[in-house]
Design a protein around this ligand. Structure first.
Ligand code: SF4
Ligand code: SF4
Length: 70
């Protein structure tokens, strides 16, 4: 399965990655607060990720790393 890794401590919850994802599988985790005081982004449905990396490209804080399944 394609894999996303979030450096959640860097996330400012801006939502740019959520808007960029063509599959609509990213969201803000309202139940978590990171050390910066923001609700971070997370992936709701990892199995639907097509590893296009649009989210990683849009993120201004290089929070997201995308690994494509070989
Ligand atoms: S790699 Fe593409 S499909 Fe996967 S979460 Fe990021 S934007 Fe969405
Ligand atoms: S674009 Fe980056 S900083 Fe903004 S919500 Fe997504 S992961 Fe967090």
């Amino acid at each position: 399965m394609n894999k996303l890794t979030f450096r959640t401590d860097r996330c400012k919850g801006c939502g740019l990655c959520i808007d960029a994802c063509p599959k609509g599988i990213l969201a803000i985790d309202e139940n978590t607060i990171n050390p910066k005081g923001y609700h971070p982004a997370y992936i709701k449905e990892q199995e639907k990720c097509i590893a296009c990396a649009m989210c990683a490209m849009m993120c201004p804080d290089t929070v997201i790393t995308v690994e494509k399944d070989a």
